[in-house]
Ligand binder design. Structure first.
Ligand code: 6GU
Length: 245
């Protein structure tokens, strides 16, 4: 069964970026995940398909109205229910949410499906959050013009963790953050490039030595660029696999 992603958005076409290209495009074609888009405009109560209105209390910009948004979410819930998914988590993309990290992506990848709610304008009517949203997720401390790019970041980070998405199943376990460290450096042909050569150990054919070198490199790079990650690693201890290196 595919991982079921229902997305509520005013800009359905933006999601072609994940269904048509690269790793997520292949995962979509191979039915590893399925994307179903719900446009709040289709749930508007007037012929102009209005979905926004001015904010109570005044102030700049517009706010997404509760009605069309909630109807779209309810339709998404019903679709997931029909597929046997009972209590689908509804996630609102907002800079006020908890920051997305590998752990959260992993957690979401273990559920059968999610509903992602993308806001536009100044935001959405607070009552939709109270009534329908389970989790608020941010992708970093900056403001985007809407939740769509953030939703695609969530989907990409989740889908690549689903078994079958990546060609080589090892690539998902070798990556940055999976072991709590940054990635090790990569090299390919040519062996000599502008006076710079590939580290000898990678040409040695000694797999144990290569694994050990890669762990050293990952540790060094993490220490230099992201020492905060090492603090976490200290707390969690080294893995059984790392002990063998
Ligand atoms: Cl999830 N949404 C929006 N609109 N802006 C953001 C964000 C999300 N995360 C960081 N900035």
């Amino acid at each position: 069964m595919p991982y079921e992603c229902d997305v509520v958005t005013l800009f359905p076409e933006m999601f072609d970026a994940i269904t048509q290209y690269g790793v997520t495009g292949r995962a979509s074609r191979n039915s590893i995940f399925r994307l179903k888009i719900w446009n709040p405009r289709d749930f508007s109560d007037n012929s102009h398909r209005t979905v926004d209105d001015s904010p109570y209390g005044g102030g700049p910009g517009m706010v997404m109205m509760a009605g069309p948004l909630e109807e779209a979410i309810i339709s998404a819930r019903k679709r997931q229910q029909m597929l046997g998914i009972e209590k689908t988590e509804v996630i609102y993309l907002t800079p006020q949410g908890r920051r997305l990290d590998h752990c959260e992506a992993k957690r979401l990848s273990l559920s059968p499906g999610i509903i992602l709610l993308c806001g536009r304008y100044e935001g959405i009517d607070e009552r939709v959050i109270h009534r329908q949203v389970d989790t608020e997720v941010s992708i970093g401390d900056y403001v985007l013009s809407g939740g769509e790019l953030a939703a695609m970041v969530v989907i990409d980070s989740v889908v690549r963790l689903i078994p079958g998405t990546l060609g080589d199943p090892e690539s998902a376990t070798q990556e940055s953050f999976v072991n709590g460290l940054l990635d090790y450096p990569h090299y390919t042909r040519p062996e000599q490039y502008c006076e710079s050569s590939v580290p000898d150990v990678l040409l040695s054919g000694n797999h144990a030595l290569i694994q050990r070198w890669r762990l050293q490199q990952a540790l060094g790079k993490t220490w230099l660029k992201r020492p905060d990650l090492l603090k976490l690693k200290e707390k969690n201890g080294i893995t059984e696999e790392e002990k063998t290196l």
